[in-house]
Design a protein around this ligand. Structure first.
Ligand SMILES: [Fe+2]
Length: 402
């Protein structure tokens, strides 16, 4: 049974009300003078509202790191009934990871797209943890991240979700998300991303019905824009690329968001995109070269194909290359690229949008994900056909010339 899209208020009408920026300060009021003037918590708030603050950081955090939101609401959020355990428990959203339910492996892993379930499934029901990174370098203490995917066919009904201990970065791959948050309503399409900060409650409706995507969750820090460097003040993502509440990215950027560690230049999590673009460098192998990375790489594909994989990496699929595991273009891609020769002209990559969650941590993979029917047991074969192109032809002629 496929559930139909649920009719809710048209979220598209809210897009014109978005404010632009990232990590700067915003204020808005749905009715005039609803915000107190000159103070946060007056004895009597305008219109008899309650003042309530969500603290994103400790209140003594330095100004540049401090995160807070003041709400003025008809009822404070404390007016809820006692929490109860979810029944039945969610078998694929784990809170603890150990040797019995997860493991670390140096083998390259790849998963096919997760099928949209037939039974009614909302965002929370369909959220499935794939990976936990919890073996951290000493300088990171024990700050982990979680990576997972969601599949859903049903709007959240009379319920909300609150991530009390981490920030979510959602990357939709199929179907728009209409997200009702405590700060307003957002429409997020598969060419956009959204950051849902720690502690904020939200509900997700599915105007297009079947939906799936990827999620990264970080703990102990918040997303920020990546540092600028040699490429100058106008490179990478800019605050204006983002709409408040959360985020929107424009084509053409690469590093989009970063969650830093205490070690400068080392990310707990980087979010990087591979958008349509021109390849223009001469005498250069353009697809990603073969490499082993001290960072671990989890990749997803939003649409089209990925330049380094001719086959097998599908929209909605995923791959994981743990730190220092070799990877790169598959055989078909490598052969087709070198066959073009050095005289190949500029080339434009179109119909593509891939992304990567890159982390300095070591992933542990849930056992269910290793046993999943979606896993590609033949992934390693995509490199098996790589053959030697070594040749001494012309060597003697060269020696004679020298
Ligand atoms: Fe890589």
């Amino acid at each position: 049974m496929r559930t139909q899209p649920v009719a809710v208020a048209d979220f598209t009408s809210y897009e014109s009300a978005y404010l632009s920026g990232f990590s700067n300060t915003f204020s808005s009021e749905p009715i005039p003078r609803a915000l107190p003037q000159g103070q946060n918590s007056p004895l009597l708030c305008p219109y008899g509202l309650y003042a309530e603050q969500i603290s994103g950081t400790s209140f003594t955090s330095p100004r540049e790191l401090n995160r807070r939101t003041w709400f003025y609401r008809i009822k404070p959020s404390v007016t809820h009934e006692p929490f109860k355990p979810r029944v039945p428990a969610h078998s694929k959203l784990l809170s603890e990871f150990n040797q019995s339910n997860s493991s670390a492996t140096p083998t390259q892993l790849r998963w096919k797209p997760v099928e949209i379930p037939d039974s009614p499934t909302d965002f929370v029901d369909g959220a499935i943890h794939y990976h936990l990174t919890n073996i951290s370098a000493l300088f990171l203490r024990s700050i982990p991240i979680l990576l997972f995917r969601y599949t859903a066919n049903k709007s959240m009904d009379k319920c909300a979700f609150c991530n009390a201990d981490g920030d979510f970065l959602l990357v939709p791959q199929k179907g728009r998300l209409w997200i009702t948050t405590e700060c307003g309503r957002l429409q997020v399409s598969p060419d956009e991303i959204v950051v849902l900060p720690q502690g904020f409650r939200f509900a997700i409706d599915l105007p297009d019905g079947p939906s799936r995507g990827y999620v990264a969750e970080i703990f102990g820090t918040h997303f920020q824009l990546p540092d600028l460097g040699p490429i100058g003040a106008n490179g990478l993502a800019a605050p204006r690329d983002f709409l408040v509440l959360p985020a929107l990215f424009e084509e053409g950027t690469h590093p989009v968001l970063t969650a830093p560690t205490e070690k400068h230049g080392v990310a707990l999590l980087d979010f990087v995109i591979f958008p349509p673009r021109w390849l223009v460098a001469e005498h250069t192998y353009q697809p990603p070269y073969y490499h082993r990375n001290c960072m671990s790489e989890f990749m997803g594909l939003i649409l089209g194909g990925y330049e380094a994989k001719a086959d097998g990496f599908l929209p909605g699929g995923a791959s994981l290359h743990i730190c220092m595991t070799p990877h790169g273009p598959d055989t078909k891609t490598y052969e087709a690229t070198i066959a073009q020769g050095n005289e190949a002209g500029p080339q434009k990559l179109t119909d593509t949008m891939a992304f990567m969650f890159e982390s300095c941590l070591i992933p542990r993979v849930c056992q269910w994900a290793l046993d999943s029917p979606a896993i590609d047991p033949d992934y390693y074969r995509c490199w098996i056909g790589l053959r030697s192109h070594f040749s001494t032809e012309g060597l003697m002629d060269q020696i004679k010339l020298d």
